[in-house]
Design a protein around this ligand. Structure first.
Ligand SMILES: [Mg+2]
Length: 144
């Protein structure tokens, strides 16, 4: 299955949830901190042969996002940022903030209820993860 993750307030936030530890290299290069247990979750998803995409409405560059994950020892299979999203939807008659089916994504994970509503409207699967969910990785593993 192809599973995509939102970044801001789902995997990245400075003050909303506990974070992964970073090493000196990551500190020097000001790598963004990931939500605690992201590494173990991504490794488990890979072990189960899922593909991991990042789908963000932010303007971070694809290479920046890619290297951020690499620095934690995890790789993601494909990255959709705001630029790529806009380009891909240009000639379609679809108006929503995220449209996972366009990238063959089976399941999208986000903190936004808005994206979930879009999913209901356009018929794609969204799992909303609360910032306060300490067992968020289990919530995901149980629902896929
Ligand atoms: Mg978000």
């Amino acid at each position: 299955m192809i599973i995509s993750f939102d970044l801001d307030d789902t995997l990245i936030s400075n003050n909303k949830f506990d974070l992964e530890k970073i090493n000196l290299f990551q500190k020097i290069f000001r790598i963004e901190k990931l939500r605690k247990d992201t590494i173990v979750l991504f490794k488990e998803l890979k072990r189960r042969n899922h593909k991991i995409f990042i789908y963000t409405t932010s303007y971070r560059s694809v290479s920046k996002i890619k290297w951020m994950f690499y620095s934690y020892g995890i790789s993601v299979d494909y990255i959709i940022n705001q630029q790529k999203h806009q380009r891909s939807l240009l000639d379609k008659n679809i108006y929503c903030s995220k449209f996972p089916p366009l990238f063959n994504i089976d399941f999208h994970i986000d903190d936004s209820k808005g994206v979930q509503i879009e999913g209901e409207k356009y018929g794609f699967k969204v799992l909303v993860i609360s910032e306060t969910d300490k067992n968020w990785t289990q919530t995901i593993l149980k629902s896929i």
